[in-house]
Design a protein around this ligand. Sequence first.
Ligand code: UDP
Ligand code: MG
Length: 332
Amino acid sequence: MEKYLEKRSNPKLLSIIIPCYNEEKVLPFLKDRLMQFLRRLGLKVEIIFVNDGSRDNTIFQLVEWANSDPSIQVLSLSRNFGHQIAVTAGMDYASGDAIVIMDADLQDPPEIIIEMLAKYREGYDVVYGQRLTRTGETLFKKWTAWIFYRIMKILVHKDLPLDTGDFRLISRRCVNALNGLRENHRFLRGMNAWIGFPQTPVFYNRDPRIAGETKYPLKKMLSLAVNAAVSFSPIPLRFSLALGFFIAFIGFLVGIYALFRAFQHFILQTPIVYNPGWATIVTLICLIGGSILISIGILGEYVARIFEETKGRPLYIVEFAKGKNVQRKKVQ
Ligand code: UDP
Ligand code: MG
């Protein structure tokens, strides 16, 4: 389905949000590359560095940079809150008409922003960087990422793009909508898909990290995956319901089988093939186990609803309004 797009000009101010956690080795490279790029770009830009509780020299370097360049903004969090929250803080404080989220380690090449801006001008609200290749990453990381994106698409949202990280450009109206979602356990890509503004990819090759090592060890990746799955989908909760029905069904089959054998035994006088009592026990265990699981599953459905409500998300998001009456009226 075609989305309605309205052409627009370049953002008057572009905010680039860069979360940093122990990136002292990376910052000098980032500074060179970014400054070079920004001279070419010729747009008014603010760069918002979010220091996510780094324990190294990162914040000192950032403050020094900010002192020498008024376009550099530094937001320093009191401790390490994690990448997704650091980016959220950056979005809260950004004043641009469009924002770009990118990593500090130059895995997301800033030059792609030019292509993103072209799509922005076409009218897209979310332009995400989709990875064609990932060089310099371990086979393990590539594999886990491949599986991660496929499972997440099933669990989180059908519009969740594959092989896409947080590297993206987001329009102001979409940032405002995202900022209205205040849940604690955040999976920004999924929230972005949930919001549903016009989105489109730009393709790029993901470079290796320029220096230092990954700040996303397996533990953090797993917790992001669990967050994504649990925050967005009732499917894990429904699991026990499905299992309950399955086990109860097996109990039912065993019962039928036992009855059938008993009939055979009484009518045709064939010998009984199982020990007396076996059928009763297995059938009962399956039926009781199944019904317990089903009850847990039903409880789970209610928990899922409570969970949905506690997120306090808006019921709907207005993409735009045309016509004086609806424009004037802002429903709260
Ligand atoms: N990051 C952060 N807080 C964290 C972990 C990471 O702000 O707790 C930042 C990090 O400094 C980098 C970006 O998030 O700018 C992506 O992290 P990284 O490159 O280590 O992840 P990977 O590319 O290996 O998945
Ligand atoms: Mg990286």
